[in-house]
Design a protein. Structure first.
Length: 311
């Protein structure tokens, strides 16, 4: 689910998600003109020029916006953050320009209609900015001296989400409803179609209809028990319900079917580490992940987990 060194801090954010689910973006925030920064394998990244401030410690603050490039990337981010209605997220950094280090202070998870579904706290020690990462590009854009006064943490202003983003959220909801209706028609006319039940489960998944998704995936698995993708998606739904052991069983079964499946390896590590407190098993899965992938955004996050917890 990443943004260079932000991966090293993200574990601090994940455990406070549930308590923040009902928060909304401040309505009084001025409109933001997001400026393009970079495109990664998973996100379009932009930054808010109006968020640049100089703190008393001489660090520059900046909001970055991460918009998934497509539905597969959105679903992956939704699973990583544990928020089914995830559409994009914002990250608030302090950058030490002289030392080329950063601190991730806040992450805002944005859902349909521009609603902020969660605000997660970061913090921790300064981390080195990876050359070529999004933070490195941001530092190159924002590090000249600024004369703005520092803004206290409790007055940090969240950038407003554009009308286009809100319209996009409404369109997403309409698309999901249409997909559910189409998939239901297919399962009624072709009840033995594994693809039909899988598509129905995926549509319910995207509509945040957890139990319905699980039941549709059950029908798909009855027709093909060895579909690793369905097992992973159903496992994500079990985790969404808080059934961590059943989620892990799904991910482990998917991994037995496809030993090099990166999604399964990531999920096995994540549930063991952050839901079941089995860090030794998590590290084993993550190290195997890095044997297969060392260059992606997710690989950088996995490397960050190992550096933090493998000592």
């Amino acid at each position: 689910m990443k943004t260079g060194r932000a991966a090293l801090h993200r574990f601090l954010c994940l455990m406070v998600l549930t308590a923040s689910m009902n928060a909304l973006l401040p309505g009084s925030a001025p409109a933001v003109q997001w400026r393009p920064l970079a495109s990664t394998a998973r996100y379009d990244v932009a930054f808010d020029m109006d968020s640049l401030k100089l703190t008393p410690l001489g660090r520059v603050t900046v909001w970055l916006r991460f918009t998934p490039l497509g539905e597969p990337q959105r679903k992956l981010a939704a699973a990583e953050y544990g928020v089914k209605q995830y559409r994009l997220h914002l990250e608030y950094y302090e950058i030490d320009c002289s030392e080329q280090t950063d601190i991730l202070e806040l992450i805002d998870i944005i859902g349909p209609d521009g609603k902020r579904l969660a605000r997660m706290k970061g913090g921790g020690p300064l981390a080195t900015i990876f050359p070529g990462s999004e933070l490195d590009l941001a530092a190159k854009r924002v590090c000249p001296s600024f004369e703005n006064e520092a803004v206290p943490d409790d007055e940090v202003e969240t950038p407003d989400i554009s009308d286009a983003t809100k319209a996009g959220g409404q369109k997403d909801a309409e698309d999901v409803r249409a997909r559910i209706a189409e998939a239901l028609r297919k399962t009624q006319t072709e009840p033995d179609s594994q693809a039909g039940w899988r598509d129905l489960g995926n549509a319910y998944y995207d509509g945040d209809m957890t139990q319905q998704a699980i039941e549709a995936y059950n029908r798909a698995l009855a027709l093909n028990p060895d579909d690793a993708d369905v097992l992973n998606d159903q496992g994500a739904m079990y985790r969404q319900q808080g059934d961590f052991k059943r989620a892990l069983a799904n991910f482990e079964k998917a991994l037995k079917i496809a030993p090099d499946n990166l999604e399964s390896l990531y999920n096995v590590g994540y549930v063991n580490a952050f839901d079941l407190n089995r860090m030794d098993k998590a590290l084993k899965a993550w190290r195997r992940y890095l044997e297969l992938d060392r260059t992606s955004e997710t690989a950088r996050q996995v490397q960050g987990f190992i550096e933090r917890y493998g000592k």
